[in-house]
Design a protein around this ligand. Structure first.
Ligand code: GSH
Length: 222
């Protein structure tokens, strides 16, 4: 297996999930950062690595992987000794898989809200109807997390896992659109995750995410 680990990343994007997991595993990737606004993900070189021009991309073990969930599963399956995911046949495997992929259910809602509230260049391009619907769907999606986190500190009973590195980044964005006072267990969970050394190390390595210009985005008037 090749030794080099290279993460293609955009600060504040889903690549954070992978960077944080790598640090939790004690791995030290080279981090290549891109600027979406400058069209850097559209270069033929980058699209040769990621056909849809998306981050994260991870080069590891002489392979190239994209999709944060697939990368998470790959890392945990090839490095089981780190103990960050239940393997096939182990307890809570089904919950681990569910939460890893559920993080994308939330991730896509966040992506739609980011597009509507942050990236569309003119306010008249936004749809208050779509924003209202997506905010409601996001709040509904947080409810099962609130329930599970009332009973345990992490998504799995056995403790911190790669399901948490998938979910944690997503929650940091969610609080810009849904008030977390309705979700005290989710808020406490997020604080718990942010307190981890590897989370803080990933924040420093990736650089600050730049695009939110306020703490909370209200649904605009229709
Ligand atoms: N399901 C994919 C989504 C990847 C994705 O959409 N990444 C965003 C950043 S969070 C991206 O690269 N966007 C660039 C673009 O839309 O041009 C994953 O989990 O890796």
């Amino acid at each position: 297996m090749g030794d080099e680990i290279r993460l293609h990343s955009v600060a504040g994007s889903r690549s954070f999930r992978v960077l944080w997991l790598l640090f939790e595993m004690g791995l030290e990737p080279e981090v290549l950062t891109y600027d979406i606004a400058k069209g850097e993900l559209r270069s033929p070189e980058f699209q040769g690595l990621s056909p849809a021009g998306r981050v994260p991309v991870l080069e590891i073990d002489s392979k190239v992987l994209f999709e944060s969930g697939a990368i998470t599963q790959y890392l945990c399956e090839t490095r089981p000794e780190v103990g960050l995911a239940p393997g096939v046949g182990e307890e809570e495997r089904e919950h681990y898989l569910t939460w890893v992929h559920y993080a994308e259910t939330i991730g896509v809602l966040i992506q739609n809200l980011n597009l509507q509230q942050v990236f569309l260049p003119k306010p008249e391009m936004r749809s208050p109807t779509v924003i209202g619907i997506e905010v409601k769907r996001l709040a509904i999606s947080l409810k099962p997390l609130e329930q599970i986190l009332a009973q345990q500190d992490y998504l799995l009973k056995r403790g911190f896992s790669a399901a948490d590195t998938m979910m944690g980044f997503t929650l940091e964005s969610a609080r810009h659109y849904v008030k977390f006072d309705r979700f005290p267990n989710v808020a406490a969970y997020q604080a718990r995750l942010e307190g981890r050394e590897a989370y803080q190390k990933a924040l420093k390595a990736e650089g600050l995410q730049q695009f939110y210009d306020r703490d909370f985005y209200e649904v605009p008037e229709a």
